[in-house]
Design a protein around this ligand. Structure first.
Ligand code: FAD
Length: 276
């Protein structure tokens, strides 16, 4: 059986030490032959240079790099310039997002939702870019309703997305239900589960509250029961996330996208345990 495609996500580093650490992380993760490495983008363009530098470096190392591109707070001309520069550097894949309005930013710019960005990329560059969009198996925190969010997702796909990556989740049923729901509405693109390693309970709780990913009660209690014993949290997290990854793959997920938080350790262990 051929191994499912995997990808690894990083955030751009702001310091020379961070850039060097990211290079090391990349070297370690490259052994798993990912389909691509993606690099996040601060909404409003706050990490624009960091994202560009990181993706160009990844590309120059011979890997496929996928910049994230969030459109909120941007103009059509800024996005057009960035797309042209990516194309000139041979980038073929973009993760297209709305992003979140940074606090204090009043001007939301010329794009309101990710479907408008997807349509813009297609209008400007035809099929040059493989476009990934975000999917939310437990629904986006600002969605008016589950139904409205499903419709918004289908809208992004109809605007021209080639594939989707999900927000992380710890409940595999939410993922499969979401896939069933959108497939019943005609969606056929791959919807790849986003996998978040569990390393630090308080950090994970904070992230999860912000992005609307639910930590099930039993898991929260289990993690809380380890208190400050971070080695036990990591050991339990590795077992749990490996099982979750194995389960989604064995039930038909088309691949895995790992949120690495710029560290190779946990993600490498999960990939090794999965036999990659
Ligand atoms: P959209 O798909 O536009 O949806 C946003 C909200 O608007 C949803 O509630 C949706 O239901 C609603 N909506 C959508 N379309 C319509 C419409 N036409 N009419 C009415 N309502 C609508 N953020 C970053 O800043 N940088 C990153 O690099 C980044 N990478 C990410 C990668 C992945 C895989 C994921 C899952 C998320 C990422 N995010 C990133 C977070 C993301 O930007 C936020 O979740 C953001 O709030 C929504 O972006 P979106 O592209 O999903 O938006």
């Amino acid at each position: 059986m051929t191994r499912p495609p995997i990808s690894f996500e990083f955030f751009p580093s702001k310091t020379p030490e961070g850039v060097e650490k990211l290079r090391n992380t990349r070297r370690q993760l490259a052994q798993f032959k990912p389909e691509f490495f993606s690099v996040t983008f601060g909404a409003g363009g706050t990490t624009q240079d960091g994202t560009r530098n990181a993706v160009f470096e990844i590309q120059s190392e011979g890997h496929q790099a996928a910049p994230h591109l969030s459109c909120i707070g941007s103009t059509r001309s800024t996005i057009a310039e960035l797309l042209t520069s990516y194309r000139e550097h041979g980038i073929r894949r973009i993760v297209a997002l709305r992003g979140d309005i940074p606090s204090g930013m009043v001007d939301v710019g010329e794009f309101r939702y990710a479907n408008e960005l997807v349509a813009f990329i297609r209008e400007q560059h035809g099929d040059w870019f493989h476009i990934e969009v975000a999917a939310y198996p437990e629904y986006h925190p600002q969605a008016q309703s589950a139904e409205a969010d499903l419709r918004a997702f289908v809208g992004k796909v109809n605007a021209g997305a080639d594939a989707a990556i999900t927000q992380y989740f710890f409940n595999a049923d939410a993922y499969f239900r979401f896939v069933d729901e959108v497939q019943s509405r005609g969606v056929t693109i791959p919807i790849v589960p986003g996998i978040m390693p569990i390393q630090n309970f308080s950090q994970l709780s904070r992230f999860s509250d912000m992005c609307g990913a639910e930590i099930p009660r039993w898991l929260k209690l289990r993690l809380a029961s380890f208190g400050d014993d971070s080695a036990s949290i990591r050991a339990f997290g590795l077992d749990f996330v490996t099982e979750l990854s194995d389960r989604v793959l064995s039930q038909g997920a088309p691949g895995l996208h790992f949120y690495t938080l710029n560290a190779a350790g946990a993600v490498s262990t999960i990939c090794q345990r999965l036999g990659f």
